[in-house]
Design a protein around this ligand. Sequence first.
Ligand SMILES: [Fe+2]
Length: 321
Amino acid sequence: MNDQSNARQQWISHRAEAEKTLRKKAAQARFGKVRRIRGTARLFERLIMGTPLYKRGLANAASPRLVKKDMVFSTLPAAFNGYTVLHLTDLHLDFIPDLAERICRLVKGVNPDLCVMTGDYVTEFRDDVYKGILGGMEQIVSAVNAEDGTCATLGNHDTWRMVDPFEHLGIRVLLNETYGIRRKNTGIAVTGVDDPHEFLTAGAIQALKAQAENSEGKKFKIALVHTPELYQEAGESGCDLYLAGHTHGGQICLPGGIPLVLHLNKGHRYGKGQWRYRSMTGYTSQGAGAVGIPVRLNTFSEITLITLYSAAIMENKNGSI
Ligand SMILES: [Fe+2]
């Protein structure tokens, strides 16, 4: 067994233990915060069920949109100017029927260079639920058909049991690991790490730092993290772009898209949309699915197509950025 497969085995053993502990805690915590929030959401669902508001909420949750973002970086190698990254997160495929088919229709013809996924493929935190979504995941990966493949991290709803089946589908699951993409003599480094909300280990921080330490001053660095809660560590490790999900943009929001709950322990200001921490750009997607209740209010489900541009090339073209 080489060093990499040793490290992966260790990661899996650790995560398996952590999942067991979390499940035990969740079963015991009758009045925990998550249960309170879910209970309130279900009560709210019963109150609005059958009303036009409920119908609108169901339609919002079941109709993801393709959001296009252009991002300009002074650190992006010229060979990657125009490089496209399709970001999918919080699919919760076991929760909304037909969501995989809807996503497939949405990505048809997009042909991104790279596809990245930042966790929460399922909702139900049980051992075998993931088996029911593998067909949907296979359809999505094949419809996306990204030239440089698909990279993924796990979220707090996911299980270590998904790692092997996902890899069989051609999804490269990054367990505090980095995937390198080369064009000419330059490269992009994509580092996927632990979900910081429930399953953070020292290995995640090491992976972000190692990515910085190993770079030769020419690699553009992308961090894939389930939540935005590692913004500080990633920013200080020299990451250029940080992609996250988890918050669903609040899912049930006040008018104007103001979230009531983001389920974050820190970094609430980075809980939705594009943000900046020091020289790092971040994007927290609202996610493609829903959790708790199949409803979204004053927000929408999204998948995101990000096009990376080199500042130097854009300046030459336009005279300014
Ligand atoms: Fe999550």
